[in-house]
Design a protein around this ligand. Structure first.
Ligand code: C2E
Ligand code: MG
Ligand code: MG
Ligand code: MG
Length: 284
């Protein structure tokens, strides 16, 4: 009996794994063409100053509108792009598009772009970014690159020179998804981060409570002492906004403020921000 069950289970996993593999293969094959076919676009999600309610920057988030599969999330195709090496072309395209949009914003609004480790370790990565900025007419001081700790898992001279080269011209770095990996303070000590992004799992879900609150407080205090910004990601409710603000986060991001939106809507959000001195209902 057990054996029959086991066999069924194996068959079940087999077919779902096969399906997964087929989907990956398809994505792999279609990704390069997708760029040419204009199926990819960059969305922008505002990052809000929790003291004023105003937009401080936008994070660029890539979207793929697939003709048959519908909207694909980056978590599904970025890893595939990394495996195939397509991430370099894709990453350069993303930075170029995002920088072009950001060049239209007021000078005090910055742009955040996510970079994957393979993209950074590819030859000429820093130059690719600087070229995109130059072509778009965006000052390097308005760019912030979001990286995760996985970048530092192995010591790499390429990573060192990438960060040094770009820091030297005023590009800033943010440590993304803080609290999900090793959360090593060593990385914060070693690298010139200007911002820590506290992962969404500290804001909502089963692990939120007295302990997560205490951790955010401690990290916020450290960030303030080191003159770093600290962003809470994934804010969906006013209660979450109040909680992270009380815990010391100076910036916030999440559906409560805005979902990621296309560039023309990002520009509208900025115009709204300028026009009104209305403090957002965050402060109620
Ligand atoms: P991330 O950089 O941590 O981005 C935050 C993710 O949380 C985004 O998902 C965003 O849409 C989502 N999010 C924002 N606010 C909320 C909220 O209130 N609730 C919930 N449930 N989610 C929220 P997205 O766009 O699917 O991106 C997922 C990840 O893919 C990103 O995580 C980033 O690591 C990666 N990624 C996105 N765009 C790019 C890109 O252009 N290049 C690279 N290399 N990676 C990218
Ligand atoms: Mg990010
Ligand atoms: Mg994140
Ligand atoms: Mg993430």
């Amino acid at each position: 009996h057990a054996k029959a069950n086991g066999k069924n289970q194996v068959a079940f996993f087999d077919s779902s794994m096969t399906r997964e593999l087929v989907r990956r293969r398809e994505i792999e094959g279609e990704l390069r063409a997708a760029l040419q076919r204009d199926e990819l676009s960059i969305f922008f999600q505002p990052i809000i100053d929790l003291a004023t309610g105003k937009i401080r920057s936008f994070e660029a988030l890539v979207r793929w509108f697939h003709p048959e599969k519908g909207e694909l999330r980056p978590d599904e195709f970025i890893p595939v792009a990394e495996e195939t090496g397509a991430i370099v072309t894709l990453g350069n395209w993303i930075t170029a598009q995002a920088a072009r949009a950001a060049a239209q914003w007021p000078d005090d609004i910055t742009l955040a772009v996510n970079l994957s480790p393979l993209q950074i370790k590819a030859p000429g990565a820093a130059l690719g970014i600087l070229n995109s900025l130059r072509d778009a007419g965006l000052s390097p001081t308005r760019l912030e690159l979001e990286v995760t700790e996985t970048l530092f898992l192995e010591d790499s001279p390429t990573v060192v020179s990438f960060i040094e080269e770009l820091s030297a011209v005023g590009v800033r770095f943010a440590l993304d998804d803080f609290g999900t990996g090793y959360s090593s303070l060593g990385y914060i000590n070693k690298w010139p981060f200007s911002k820590i992004k506290v992962d969404r799992s500290f804001v909502s879900g089963p692990n939120v409570g007295r302990k997560s609150d205490a951790i955010i407080r401690a990290v916020s205090q450290m960030a303030a002492t080191l003159d770093m910004d600290i962003v809470a990601e994934g804010l969906e409710t006013i209660e979450q906004v109040s909680a992270v603000r009380d815990a010391g986060c100076n910036l916030g991001q999440g559906y409560y403020f805005s979902r990621p939106v296309p560039d023309y809507l990002a520009a509208m959000l900025l115009a709204q921000d300028r026009e009104s001195d209305n403090i957002r209902h965050v402060f109620g």
